[in-house]
Design a protein around this ligand. Sequence first.
Ligand code: SF4
Length: 487
Amino acid sequence: MKRPVPASVTPYEGWQAKAGDDAVHDACGVCGIFAPGEDVARSTFFALYSLQHRGQESAGIAVSDGHSLRCHKDMGLISQIFTEEMLESLPGHLSVGHTRYSTTGSSIVYNAQPLMTHTEIGQFALAHNGNLVNTAELRDQLNDTLVPTSNSDSEVMARLISQAAHGTMEQRIEEVMRRCIGAFSIVLATESQLFGFRDPWGVRPLCIGKYASGYALASESCALATIGAEFIREVKPGEIVIVDKDGLRSRMVETHTRPANCIFEYIYFSRPDSQVAGRELYLARYHMGRNIAKEAPVEADVVMGVPDSATAAAIGYSDESGIPYIEGLMKNRYIGRTFINPDHRMRVQGVKLKFNPLHANLAGKRVILIDDSIVRGTTTKQLVALLRKAGAKEVHVRVTCPPMRHPCFLGVDTATYDELIAANLRVPEIQRAINADSLAYLSEDGLVASTARERKEFCMGCFTGRYPDGIHEELTGRVREPEKVKA
Ligand code: SF4
């Protein structure tokens, strides 16, 4: 076993992670409901409430009563934006909702969704999860008279639908789906119909539930469960689902791509109680823990996870290794996003705003700390320091994914090449930078095996630098050459 690194060791020389929010952020959560005879604004609120982990920057709900669409959106958490009165002012049986974390477009209310626009066949409201990689090209194709008012790729899509060759909404969507390259899981409401459609790679999730007198669509099945909708299936990559007074029907848009689901949904983004491909994600995370215990064993007294995202993996590591699982950090689950900025002294405290150590469980112990990812390395370094200060004798870090050496261009804010610690340092150097006694990452094979699916079904671009076929080619000049990324 490696000798403990003294607490006085300084960060690896030459690497200074930029200050900032050191986490992986998803781009958005979306939902839509069609339920004749019901007021759906309240259910949409609660569906979004269960998707809050996918974005905390802004949110909105658009509702149609069959004649016109009304929308309310603002900056902040769902619970900060909507009041009883606000929900009552949105009567109707057809809705779409959105909660946002921006990747393209600034964090301003202009970019909050759903986006409202119109065609000559009527109004529509659109909510998008994902990120296009050919936005600039698409923007150039828009009519000059309809310059986008926001700077998001979602508005470009909405404008394209609005300007598409004459036809039904279904035909317009199909036309635009063929032109857009990248990730898009979208819900769209007209005055009388609900649409859900997913890019041909199926990068971001979207699922269908049976809801009371109609149907619900949502980014994750946990949102369906919250509003009492019964999960039916996922929207297929390249599929358009249409819900109206005649029920639910669907059509496939022919493309020549193969599915490439984002594997990070398994590692971190989606809630563990959401299901993908017939399994709750909790199980995949549990097996990530078991697999890294097999790949990178270490002698220790206790194993703990960074709450809450690494809890399942820590239990898996404990079960595989026989090392007792403990709770080592208490998380303030109500911290969320606030408009009250911490003062300088509190900002310096960093993770202490969010986590407090449990001294009784840590003092004098050799601790294995399981985390789901390391982005810039700043949070992990602070967590290791927190555990040491609480008396941990050794801290061994195990990460349930491979090193993130490349950014995501598909709707996830994973930081830039300059900010990603694994794009700039080798694993032993990262270990020194975060002041851990040992550090190991789960292998690509170990990660895929944990999902019980095949590697060819996934996008793993942020680990491999190879993005899904058809998207990768669009990223020329944006992906760093392999020799410029530390292996
Ligand atoms: S690059 Fe990474 S985060 Fe982005 S879609 Fe692919 S696997 Fe997901």
